[in-house]
Ligand binder design. Sequence first.
Ligand code: GSH
Length: 221
Amino acid sequence: MLTLHGFAYSNYYNIVKHALLEKGVAFEEHTVYTTDPELLQVSPTGKVPAITTDNGAHLSETTAILEYLEEAYPQHPLLPQDTVARAKVRQIIKCLELYIELSTRRLLPAALMGVTPDPQVIEEVSATVARGVAALNELSEFRPFLCGDTLTLADIYCRYAMAIPQLVGPKVLGMDIVAQIQGLPALMERLAASEVSKRVDSDMRANQDEFMQKIRERQNP
Ligand SMILES: N[C@@H](CCC(=O)N[C@@H](CS)C(=O)NCC(=O)O)C(=O)O
């Protein structure tokens, strides 16, 4: 059976978990934290998530895993049939990853641990986020999903990629990034109401204390 490695508090882990649940792929979860040396056996960068396929291959990097799942498990497709529409889904995911998630992640220490943010970093992050927001306003359809009337990988990626901006935006940047994308607050609510989201969110909450403990251990070994 496919194994998903990582921990339930990770937004990237939850992107893959959500896709697996949505597609109805059988999998087991192996809880491993980024401080555990064994993670390197399945994820060469030491990042979460990783999977071990049915054939024993290890894969990491969320988008690579998502693409693998689409090819290996064509049931319940999460990419459209049309090639341009598929590329649009990937384009939105790239915008979310590069301009929204990764940039706001730079301010996570400020949001989580109260570290005073460097004004230069705030400026850079704000400029990058503004680009991402503009692109997402341009690209998103909200009919009612990001790429039309069917749930795709773009919606799943978006739901969890927005976790960091939702934290960092109000706490550090003084703005609601989700609200800046016309139609996104309503879509986020709709996505949150699904049974898959409820399961992922509930597992995430259950993992919060252990995850925080791991962070404290890393700070004070
Ligand atoms: N590019 C990676 C990023 C994954 C990532 O940053 N995961 C976080 C947990 S949410 C992590 O492993 N952080 C540990 C670290 O950066 O050392 C992906 O797309 O899977």
